[in-house]
Design a protein around this ligand. Structure first.
Ligand code: FE2
Length: 171
C-alpha cells in the first residue's frame, strides 16, 4: 500500500508579489538563527534562519480556499514565517508532536527546489521534491520528516493550517 503522508498542489498566483514581500521582510529585521532551544520540535540544523511576518492578504485568501488556514495565529493576522536555507542546509528529522495549536504547516516554496523525506528511525523511506508554483503540506504531527535543498539557495513561506483541520481529508 502506498503511504499517504503529503499533498503537493500546483497553484497559479502572483509569486512576484510574494517575493517582493519576502525580500522586504528579510531587510526589515535580522533573521533568527536556529539553535538547540529555538524549536518545540528539537534541533532543526545549521545554516537556516527565519523571519516572522504577515503574509500578503490576496495570496493568503487563495491558499485559504485550498485548505483552511489560521488567519490570526497567536494574534497575528495572516501569520507566517519565512525560512531561508543555504546549499549546505539540512533540515534534520523532526516531528511536530507538541504543536497542538495547529493542524499542520502549509509550505509555500518561493525560491529553489527542496526535497522532503519521510524517515523511519534514521533511514529515508520516501521522498518528494517540490518547487515554486507548488504548495505542499504533510502529516508532520504524525510522521518523522526532514529535508534538503536541491538548488542551493531555498526560500519558502510557512503558513499555519487551522487546528480544526483533519489532515486526512486533504491528503
Ligand atoms: Fe516539519
Amino acid at each position: 500500500m502506498q503511504l499517504k503522508w503529503y499533498k503537493l498542489i500546483n497553484v497559479d498566483y502572483d509569486i512576484d508579489e510574494v517575493l517582493v514581500w519576502a525580500r522586504k521582510l528579510q531587510l526589515s529585521q535580522p533573521g533568527i538563527s536556529i539553535d538547540n532551544n529555538s524549536s518545540a520540535n528539537g534541533y532543526l540544523g545549521e545554516h537556516q534562519q527565519y523571519w516572522t511576518g504577515e503574509f500578503p492578504q490576496t495570496q493568503f485568501d487563495y491558499f485559504n480556499s485550498i485548505i483552511p488556514l489560521d488567519g490570526t495565529f497567536k494574534g497575528i493576522k495572516t501569520s507566517c514565517t519565512l525560512w531561508e536555507y543555504q546549499k549546505q542546509s539540512n533540515l534534520l528529522p523532526h516531528i511536530h508532536k507538541e504543536e497542538n495549536e495547529i493542524g499542520g504547516l502549509l509550505i509555500v516554496p518561493l525560491i529553489g527546489k527542496f526535497k522532503t523525506s519521510l524517515f523511519e528511525n534514521d533511514k529515508i523511506i520516501d521522498s518528494v521534491e517540490y518547487s515554486p508554483g507548488n504548495i505542499f503540506f504533510l502529516k508532520g504531527k504524525e510522521f518523522l520528516h526532514g529535508g534538503e535543498t536541491i538548488d542551493d539557495y531555498r526560500l519558502n513561506a510557512v503558513l499555519y493550517i487551522h487546528k480544526n483541520v483533519d489532515m486526512d481529508l486533504y491528503i
